[in-house]
Ligand binder design. Structure first.
Ligand code: GN1
Ligand code: MG
Length: 353
């Protein structure tokens, strides 16, 4: 983006301070994000939505607007969207979809953690998010990314990609393809039939939780684009894969990929603070849910590798394959901890029969 085009966008949102600075934030794999500073003081987040992925960004904004009133609560930081001069919560300029929101001062994010206090806070704030949204009218919410975490759908996409991929790619990905098939067998035991449909965040990796720099307490969840219907284990599993494992998502040295039991316990303790909304079926789904989420992400990364990296941003050709292998490795490690997880959940989350 040229300086002039960003300046033009900022002026449409009525940001005309005498000094405007911006810097790209590069951790997201889908949208383009900038931290904007106005007059060395006020900060905002500016984002260009990837409309190849979010084909109808308007209904994505609607979902966020349905959720925000319920998320307005004590001890939960509020994210506010800025209106344009024309009075809309987004700007369409030359086919690009832009939106701006407030930046919570004195806040930070972590990609990974070794601190049990951080794991506790992550569990607590995810519980709070669900507790606040538990009475939402699910019928209001759009399926912005239909079947986002639907395993049958993602398996079909994977099989299609396998049929169309280069033979060389299939050979390189042989190990990953075999792992996919064996993990799929384990996941057939995940029973979703009696699970309540909830409004979920659907992308609760650790770096989508905002923490206070001073108190170290979790403030709120950010990156609200995937707020949609789902099951609680989606948000549980996505958090677990990033809270209890210190290795990045594309780690190539699998010896560094770990499942830290004390971080898991701390996360569940934090969740227990805000867990009265959970049903027995929700709780029973959590151990396999913590295998499911890294697996489905790994499968999506593998599919994208076979499809020549059309969906996720990559920095090198085989990065999606590395993501897949790392995520599958974590899924296998989580599978060996299934009984441990079930025992912690039983002990730490009160079962109301
Ligand atoms: C994508 O762009 P980002 O990091 O918010 C993806 C998530 C994955 C994540 C992998 C809409 O999210 O599902 O967990 O990459 N979001 C979408 O880190 O596909
Ligand atoms: Mg996201």
């Amino acid at each position: 983006m040229t300086k002039e085009s960003i300046r033009k966008i900022l002026s449409e949102f009525n940001l005309n301070g005498s000094s405007l600075q911006w810097t790209p934030l590069t951790s997201g794999l889908i949208n383009d994000t900038y931290l904007v500073t106005e007059d060395d003081d006020q900060q905002y987040i500016l984002q260009k939505i990837n409309t190849q992925v979010f084909k109808n960004a308007g209904i994505l904004m609607d979902n966020i607007q349905f959720a925000l009133p319920a998320l307005k609560a004590d001890y939960y930081s509020q994210i506010t969207f800025l209106n344009t001069i024309a009075g809309t919560n987004h700007l369409i300029l030359e086919d690009d979809f832009w939106r701006m929101m407030t930046y919570i001062p004195n806040s930070t994010t972590y990609n990974t953690t070794t601190e049990t206090s951080t794991a506790f806070e992550a569990g607590r704030i995810i519980g709070k998010f669900h507790q606040l949204l538990q009475y939402s009218d699910t019928a209001l919410f759009n399926d912005t990314l239909p079947k986002f975490h639907n395993l049958a759908f993602r398996t079909l996409e994977f099989q299609e990609a396998l049929q169309n991929a280069d033979t060389q790619k299939i050979e390189i990905a042989d190990g990953a393809i075999k792992k996919a098939q064996s993990l799929l067998k384990e996941l057939q035991y995940l029973n979703t039939s009696n699970l309540p449909t909830r409004i979920c965040h659907n992308d609760t990796k650790l770096n989508n939780i905002l923490f206070s720099k001073s108190t170290k307490k979790a403030l709120c969840l950010i990156d609200l684009d995937t707020i949609m219907k789902g099951y609680f284990f989606y948000d549980f599993g996505d958090a677990i894969r990033t809270v209890v494992n210190n290795a990045p998502e594309d780690e190539q040295n699998h010896e560094l990929i770990n499942f830290d039991e004390s971080l898991f316990k701390a996360f569940v303790d934090g969740l227990a603070v805000n867990s009265s909304f959970l049903t027995t079926e929700d709780k029973d789904s959590l151990p396999l849910g913590a295998v499911f989420m890294p697996f489905i992400h790994g499968l999506r990364a593998l599919t994208d590798y076979l499809n020549n990296n059309k969906y996720f941003k990559v920095m090198y050709e085989n990065q999606n394959l590395d993501r897949c292998l790392s995520l599958f490795d974590f899924a296998e490690k989580a599978l060996t901890k299934k009984d441990f997880m079930a025992a912690c959940i039983k002990k730490q989350l009160i079962y109301s029969e």
